[in-house]
Design a protein around this ligand. Sequence first.
Ligand SMILES: [Zn+2]
Ligand SMILES: [Zn+2]
Length: 278
Amino acid sequence: MFVTFHGVRGSTPCHGDDIARYGGNTSCVSVSAPGERPLLFDMGTGLRYFGLTQPAEEPFRGTCLVSHLHWDHVQGLPFFTPLQDDQSELVVYAPAQDNGRCAAEVLRDTICPPMFPIGLDGFPGTIDIREAPDRFAVGGYTVESAPVPHVGETVGYRVTHHGASVAYVSDHQQPAGGLLIDEKVWGLCQGVDLLIHDAQYTPAEFKRKRDWGHCTVEYAVFLASEVGAKRLALYHHDPTHDDEMIDCLTASAARCGSELGVEVFAAREGLTIDVSRG
Ligand SMILES: [Zn+2]
Ligand SMILES: [Zn+2]
């Protein structure tokens, strides 16, 4: 199983020479394995670039696991060029909403005129939006979902394929008052081969934004070590963090991780990780 990062930025897409190495597109990660159709985590602006890698001569068939409906996680959907093919089909799993509306209704009411030239039904390809169950199969992948504390209805996912596993917890509110781990998040991440986790803030930033739905790099390392994750990808980088700052935060997180038995690295656009069990 291979995991490729197409967008690693949190909150809003950004651009500039100072962020060029890690990239400015928002949340999107693809999972691939021989014989399996494409599987994605989130459809931020990185989804557009993933779409450009897909063969134009055949219809796209794949599935996206969406963590929540904040803009930085859904904004790439209308720019996913495989949907220009009327034989293409994208299945989207998303969390149930707490306002009585399902994710499909919310996306249909958002991606439509006057905010976008056409509605979701106006794309030639099919977009099939479903509620994410606790456990389901996508081809040969086993997928589990569980609620993650954030702002608004949010889930994380764990994908297992031939014994190898990856957990995706992109936006995670650090608990107040100490180093606690939500029970459901723990279950999702326990013993995982690769954990892709929110790493938006420094401690000083978290102090100012303690209820904005995110966590510190230190909390991500703590969580990864407590749940026994083998590798941790620092993800959802703050748009104000330039390459140099991410290098710096990652170096200190990696030092701390190595003492705790976790290999820590920063997710960047274009990076592919082999998560196979061997
Ligand atoms: Zn986000
Ligand atoms: Zn969010």
